[in-house]
Design a protein around this ligand. Sequence first.
Ligand SMILES: *Cc1c(COP(=O)(O)O)cnc(C)c1O
Length: 237
Amino acid sequence: MTTTTTPIAANLAAVREQIAAACERAGRDPGGVTIVGVTKTHPPSLVEEALAAGLTDIGENRAQELLPKAEAIKASGLAPRWHFIGRLQRNKVRGVLPHIAALHSLGSVRLADEIERRAERLEADRGTGARDPLPCYLEVNVAGEASKDGIAPEELPELLREAANRRHIAVAGLMTVAPLVDDPEQVRPVFRQLRELARAHGLEGLSMGMTDDYAVAVEEGATVVRLGRVIFGARRG
Ligand SMILES: *Cc1c(COP(=O)(O)O)cnc(C)c1O
């Protein structure tokens, strides 16, 4: 073990402990939970610090922010797996696609079509043979909040069928953003419902849990947690 003393390394160690404890309560293997460090609003130097502390997966929610940051990190010789976790406009797919290892916010057939189209172009332009399909989580608005992205649970069968039909998309599972509440116990039913939906459709991946509710999400089966503030502190700007 190398020892590091940066705040981010300490925060990450504390998060890993919380995840291990939640896994123990739920009888799960902590190896089954991937931490995506969400660096939105933070500079590339913080991404580098997180990678030095052992994080391998980094999440961003805006194309305008992901692109320069990913370029800067690449120029430093580092290669994290970038996750796109926010609303992705179709006119941004072309720019984002070459950078990302996963998309957590697939919420429409139109977006799936655009991903397919752009991935086909990339493949043709590069001429280096078939691209691996992009792992995508279908975003479900479990709680039916008007302000939130994602499909209604009833819309899942159709989007799933369509997405599974696209050669360049690999359906990785389901994703949700739980409502803001005072007590994370209040959102346990939301996580449980996402897990039940995934199970009903034979999907394994569950991208759920953020700073305020990730322990509950892990207890309910999260395979990916998306953590910003608990690792990087308050957002800037
Ligand atoms: C910002 C963001 C997160 C991380 O939020 P924190 O509460 O800071 O952990 C996770 N998921 C999505 C979709 C986000 O936009």
